[in-house]
Ligand binder design. Sequence first.
Ligand SMILES: Cc1cc2nc3c(=O)[nH]c(=O)nc-3n(C[C@H](O)[C@H](O)[C@H](O)COP(=O)(O)OP(=O)(O)OC[C@H]3O[C@@H](n4cnc5c(N)ncnc54)[C@H](O)[C@@H]3O)c2cc1C
Ligand code: FES
Length: 369
Amino acid sequence: MSSLTSSEYLNPVNTQTWANGRHLVRCLKVIRETEDVLTYCFSMQEPVLFFFKPGQFVTLELEIDGEQLMRSYTISSAPSIPYSFSITVKRVPGGLVSGWLHDHLREGDVIAVHGPVGQFNCIDFPAEKVLLLSGGVGITPVMSMARWFFNTNSEVDMVFAHSARTPADIIYRAELDYMSTRIDNFKLHLICERSETGQIWGGYRGYLSREMLQLIAPDFLDREVFCCGPAPYMRAMRRLLADAGYDMARYHEESFGETPAEDIASAEVQAAVALAQADEPQVNHWVTFSDSGKSVQAELGTTLYEAAASAGLTIPKACGMGICGTCKVRVLTGETVMSHNGGITEEEIADGYVLSCCTRVSGDVEVGY
Ligand SMILES: Cc1cc2nc3c(=O)[nH]c(=O)nc-3n(C[C@H](O)[C@H](O)[C@H](O)COP(=O)(O)OP(=O)(O)OC[C@H]3O[C@@H](n4cnc5c(N)ncnc54)[C@H](O)[C@@H]3O)c2cc1C
Ligand code: FES
């Protein structure tokens, strides 16, 4: 793969653009953001302009200890600087892929990525005034949006409220400060849970509350909101906005995959029902994978992903909860029930596509896989 520094390699006139698919990308640079967060910058073999909608993500395909693993990461850079793209990864304690990336992915390494995809973006929901809310590493999609608005000299009025554990955990701090000193339509507010001994902190302290938000963005009811952070943070933001009478149709959020408490509660109810029905005779249905010529019998409620696995087929999977779209397959005939979290569009559903990780068998099914 050529080096990005070569003027022969980069040609702003005839460079191709990026399209959703599987791509081999080379790591150009690794940048430390905080103690447990690293940014990785990538380019491709052939020069490519990395156009995407700010807020979208890619799914990494990695082989770790002989096992194929897929995980999604938001594109933290902006398409306004399109000759490379980056992701920013927080090391999750005990996390397989984030730990591996931090310990092993180095400049020059080549990996496979799928994408770009994602419905959480600022292109499909245009607005004159936005409120960008983020917690921790959830800053990545809203930073991509802010970079896009900043680099394109957009007139969009931005209020950016980011929450971090301590001042040392604020990701992209210098760049956020830089943007806020350069333009009037970018108002930055940083909120830290606490500060450690030796850290100077004159900003907001604690958790973002309605009173704080009133000071940060008195006109927040008029703004399009883009929110990303840990599940409890997003739950608190949803409640805060809804209680204040905000029009939730203008609220957009991205989940990184933590199971929300409501889903756990609903799963517990479903488990209790399943237990109560355990003595009843089990109904099986045929699941046929027409491309591979394999069929299996699956109990009512089995996911298509599980049915494929029991037929010896591996459908690529990343989030396992209907967010990333990696496990999409087409149902040719038969009945299924899907419970997704935004990883598929209405058009795809109308075309018969489903997310196999969260689509359950409810009759005999034929799948195009
Ligand atoms: C659309 C999308 C965008 C995302 N964007 C970003 C991003 O920009 N930056 C980012 O850092 N992340 C992002 N994520 C999250 C990312 O995909 C991974 O989920 C995250 O890096 C953790 O993966 P992992 O393999 O390191 O952890 P995993 O190995 O999947 O573990 C996750 C958690 O489960 C715990 N765990 C694992 N195995 C066990 C076990 N056997 N028993 C008990 N606990 C266990 C781990 O300790 C850890 O807390 C995004 C996710 C999605 C869906
Ligand atoms: S694996 Fe992410 S949607 Fe199914």
